[in-house]
Design a protein around this ligand. Structure first.
Ligand SMILES: NC(=O)c1ccc[n+]([C@@H]2O[C@H](COP(=O)([O-])OP(=O)(O)OC[C@H]3O[C@@H](n4cnc5c(N)ncnc54)[C@H](OP(=O)(O)O)[C@@H]3O)[C@@H](O)[C@H]2O)c1
Length: 351
């Protein structure tokens, strides 16, 4: 697939998304000829425009295209060795369009469909995620396998950006204040992975013959922690304790049944992670390989480092603020002492 130097031509579909942007950046940094298929190459949204400029700065080629425009998919695929899809959850089922385009292009040697969650063939998840996420991803696996296109499925736990900013609070975007809501007993192990690390492992696996026809398990050892442990870590870092409100599984299931669709998806994924323990999936050597074994030199972000980063960016740590107050007080005290000594020396001289 790849020339002797290990580089290959990688096309990313969904490269402007939450995860896709990290796959695009990692692929370009690894030296692959990277193309991102985007719906709008000159967006008016300044954030999106800045993202595309960062891609250009990294040498990424941008091509205009759309999942629902067959010819626009086939064109860039004709000069690609690998196609990586990072399409969002609502486009999972429509990835059959990518399979059809890859077949027509005829030269793609590996397809990585949009997985990036737990093992969808080994789940006890409940509806609505069971059909909308697991069922849709499993159906795409079957369609890829039936097509004969060589593939790699990248599995991972919770994307850190989806779970850690709230320290595991499912219905709140911010960390707990006063009370933390915990699904179940909080002792189930959960795996978290930073988006940029999934990006690096995905781009490495895409061009790696050892990952062909396999699952690549992204399960960083230091990132498997229970919700109780995660909350304790946060308490220690912030110097602030809070009550835990444990929600029994029966109540969680009732909430899922009564929730509107989107919230139902988020809650049923959280139920799979925090109660069923599915992000701590079993790695099966007959089906896949651990990313950490393939790429032991990748220095991934630990949960602790991610929380530190969060504290620094929000400045919300009391300990951090206390530390800064302490530093300020020490500087002021030292200035006062110097001033007193100076005044004393000056008065001595005058006297
Ligand atoms: N493990 C976890 O905790 C977790 C969390 C979230 C997601 N995921 C999984 O990660 C994968 C990526 O999800 P995400 O949240 O990163 O996705 P996302 O942020 O919603 O991004 C979707 C991408 O698809 C593009 N797109 C949408 N419609 C398109 C079309 N018609 N033609 C071409 N491109 C189109 C979007 O482009 P525009 O910029 O033009 O809109 C964007 O780049 C999914 O499989 C999802 O299930 C996992």
């Amino acid at each position: 697939m790849a020339p002797d130097n290990g580089e290959c031509r990688i096309l990313v579909i969904g490269g402007t998304g939450r995860l896709g942007r990290h796959i695009v950046a990692a692929s370009a940094r690894l030296g692959h000829h990277t193309t991102a298929l985007v719906r709008d190459t000159s967006p008016s949204d300044p954030t999106k425009a800045a993202l595309l400029q960062r891609f250009r700065d990294l040498g990424v080629e941008l091509v205009h295209g759309d999942l629902y425009d067959h010819a626009s998919l086939v064109r860039p695929m004709k000069s690609s060795d690998v196609v990586i899809s990072a399409l969002g959850t609502s486009q999972i089922a429509d990835q059959t369009r990518l399979i059809a385009a890859i077949k027509e292009a005829g030269c793609v040697k590996r397809f990585l469909p949009s997985e990036f969650w737990t093992d969808v063939d080994r789940t006890r998840a409940v509806e609505p995620a069971r059909s909308a996420v697991y069922g849709a991803k499993a159906a795409i696996r079957r369609a890829v396998e039936a097509s004969g296109i060589p593939h790699t499925y990248v599995l991972c736990g919770y994307l850190a950006g989806a779970a850690l900013p709230s320290v595991g609070q499912v219905v709140s975007p911010t960390p707990p204040a006063g009370e933390a809501v915990v699904l179940g007993d909080g002792d189930t192990k959960v795996v978290y992975v930073a988006e940029e690390d999934v990006g690096v492992y995905t781009a490495m696996a895409a061009a790696d013959p050892r990952a062909a026809g396999k699952m690549v398990y992204v399960k960083p050892p230091a990132n498997t922690v229970s919700h109780n442990e995660l909350l304790s870590m946060w308490e220690k870092k912030t110097g602030r304790g809070f009550r835990r409100a444990y929600v029994a599984e029966a109540t969680v299931l009732k909430m899922i049944r009564e929730a509107p669709f989107e919230l139902g998806i988020a809650l049923s994924l959280a139920h799979a992670a925090y109660i069923l323990g599915e992000t701590d999936f079993k790695m099966e050597p007959s089906r896949g390989v651990a990313a950490g074994e393939l790429y032991p030199d990748v220095k991934y972000t630990t949960v602790s480092e991610y929380l530190d980063r969060l504290l620094m960016s929000t400045g919300s740590s009391e300990r951090y603020l206390q530390g800064r107050k302490c530093l300020f007080t020490s500087v002021v005290a030292a200035c006062c002492v110097f001033l007193c000594i100076y005044v004393w020396m000056l008065s001595g001289r005058l006297g």
